[in-house]
Every structure is written in structure tokens, then in C-alpha cells.
Design a protein around this ligand. Structure first.
Ligand code: CDT
Length: 302
């Protein structure tokens, strides 16, 4: 049997003003717990190094820039990669990416994948960027579309010690296209980081469904694409906004294999049987045999 130990490292809140050093210390402590629990690959949340700053309108450019990483890894985040090497564990982590091309700044909501030797193996840039560019009346402020350009790297899949790993960020997890693209690109494991407000002003009638709508698309995505999914939330009351937890590891059968129970820093681990993928494919999803891409052309049109 082919197996890989997966860990989802949920984070409690990171309040504004928390230093990178403090956050990185918390992340390393969780990486240690993940490795001690037998994990070879861990996932951390989206925008893990700071508060979820798209919830506020930030006019001051210097303050805004302070939420981004000028390259990854950098001096402040490198200790996490040294820890990965020491602990022999890979990880994926979400961060705000700032690239300065001459006078022009490009900003992405990104996720880095690091292997067990502590080497950066690749980047993903969030494809489905939600929210708006300016606050809208009656709508919870969510300014990702002001602070991030849409991802331009597609849905890459990386080979990590023979396991094919894809990445996705928050709102991406609600879209079936995310999983299908990763599946078609050969992913066996999808690592997801998220920050999801518990309450949205624009949708009070859906308030009781926030956790259901967190797990529903990830379980469906895992099942319909025969993938393992490991997803890590930033959770709890962060700068006055409640974020849902519910970090989880989901099998290709769609079953919940592990589930976080707190809104704090919490590590969940599951030893994932990669042979389950083939078993699930045999039952319903022999893609090469049964898919009908000629009948799906509309999906690839605007
Ligand atoms: N971070 C992120 O993508 N959050 C979104 C909330 C969107 S509300 C405009 C999510 O889908 O959880």
C-alpha cells in the first residue's frame, strides 16, 4: 500500500501587529507536532503570516506593503524551511506575494510548496479571487480584488517523493473546476488553505450553513475527482471578525478522515492510503474510459 501522512495545521487568529517572528514560531511548533504525529506533508492556512487584511480598507501604502512578503522565503520566513529540513516534513503555506518589476508592483494571493529537504518546489497563485475592489453597501468588506491580481499560473501539480500534489486557496475550494483541473493535471493530494468569515452581512439567511458550505464542496471535490484533500483554516476571532475553523482531511471516497475541533492552533493528522484513489476510480470514475470532454466544451467558454 502507498501511504502518506498528511497534516492540516489550523491556526487560531493572528491579530494585527503580531510580528512575523511570533507567527513563524507558532508555525514551527505546529510543524513539530505534525512530524511527531507521522506526517510527511502539512498544510497551513491562506495568508498565514498575518491577519486576514482584506477585511479592511488600507489607504497607507507602507502599512499595506507590510502584509506582503517581498519574496518567499525571506529572512523572516526562512526558519520555517529550516524546520522542515530538520523534521523531514514538507509543507504548503499561503502568503501575500509582492513582486516589484522595476516601478510596477504585482500582488498575488499565493501558496508556496516546500519539500522535506526544506527546498521551495513551486508556487500557486489563487485563481478565484472573491470580494470587491471597494466596499459595497450592505456587504461584508472583503477587498481581495483590490489587493490581489488573479492568479496566472494555472493549476500546477508537483511531484513530491512520488506523490502528486496540487494547491488551492480558500474561495477556489468552492469551485468544481479547481478540483477537475487538478485531477486532470494528475493530482493525488490537494492542499487547501482558507480564511472564511462566519457571518456575511449580505447573506444572513445562509449564516447557519457556513460550515456545511465549507465541507460540502471539498467532500464533493475529493469524491468526484478521487483525490485526498487536506485543508487548513485560520480560525477564531481575528481583529473583531469571526473566522470558521473546520480544518479537515478528506478521503477520495468523500469521507471525513480527520476534523479539527477547536478554533485555535490545532494539528490533525491522517495516514492517507493513496491506493484508495485507484479503488474509487474503478467504481465510478475511470476518467479515460467514461469522460465525455467533447460534450463539455461549454465549460471552457466564457
Ligand atoms: N479568503 C476567501 O477566499 N474567503 C472567501 C470569502 C468570500 S466572502 C466575499 C470564501 O470563499 O471563504
Amino acid at each position: 500500500t502507498r501511504r502518506i501522512g498528511l497534516a492540516a495545521c489550523q491556526m487560531g487568529p493572528v491579530q494585527s501587529g503580531t510580528s512575523r517572528a511570533e507567527v513563524v514560531g507558532r508555525l514551527i511548533a505546529m510543524l513539530e507536532r505534525a512530524a511527531a504525529g507521522g506526517a510527511a506533508l502539512a498544510v497551513f492556512p491562506e495568508l498565514a503570516f498575518s491577519t486576514f487584511f482584506p477585511r479592511s480598507e488600507i489607504a497607507d501604502e507602507t502599512l499595506l506593503d507590510s502584509f506582503y512578503e517581498d519574496g518567499f522565503p525571506n529572512v523572516e520566513t526562512a526558519p520555517l524551511l529550516y524546520a522542515a529540513r530538520r523534521l523531514n516534513i514538507g509543507f504548503a503555506i499561503g502568503f501575500a506575494e509582492l513582486i516589484r518589476d522595476g516601478g510596477e508592483a504585482r500582488r498575488f494571493n499565493s501558496m508556496a510548496l516546500v519539500d522535506r529537504s526544506g527546498t521551495l518546489r513551486g508556487l500557486y497563485r489563487k485563481i478565484h479571487v472573491p470580494g470587491s475592489e471597494a466596499p459595497e453597501p450592505g456587504v461584508t468588506v472583503h477587498l481581495e480584488r483590490r489587493y490581489f491580481a488573479p492568479g496566472d499560473l494555472g493549476f500546477p501539480v508537483f511531484d513530491l517523493d512520488g506523490v502528486r500534489v496540487g494547491l488551492a486557496l480558500c474561495n477556489d475550494r468552492r469551485w468544481p473546476e479547481t478540483y477537475r483541473m487538478l485531477c486532470l493535471n494528475g493530482a493525488e493530494v490537494v492542499l487547501i488553505g482558507y480564511n472564511t468569515p462566519l457571518y456575511l452581512d449580505e447573506a444572513p439567511a445562509l449564516a447557519h450553513l457556513r460550515m456545511f458550505h465549507n465541507h460540502l464542496p471539498m467532500q464533493a471535490g475529493a469524491y468526484q475527482n478521487t483525490l485526498w484533500v487536506a485543508a487548513a483554516a485560520k480560525a477564531g476571532l481575528e481583529d473583531g471578525q469571526a473566522l470558521i475553523g473546520g480544518s479537515c482531511i478528506i478521503a477520495p471516497s468523500g469521507e471525513m478522515a480527520a476534523l479539527a475541533i477547536s478554533l485555535q492552533d490545532e494539528v490533525i493528522v491522517h495516514c492517507a492510503d493513496l491506493d484508495l484513489i485507484a479503488a474509487c476510480r474503478r467504481v465510478n470514475f475511470d476518467f479515460a474510459r467514461y469522460r465525455r470532454p467533447d460534450q463539455y466544451r461549454r465549460i471552457a467558454e466564457a
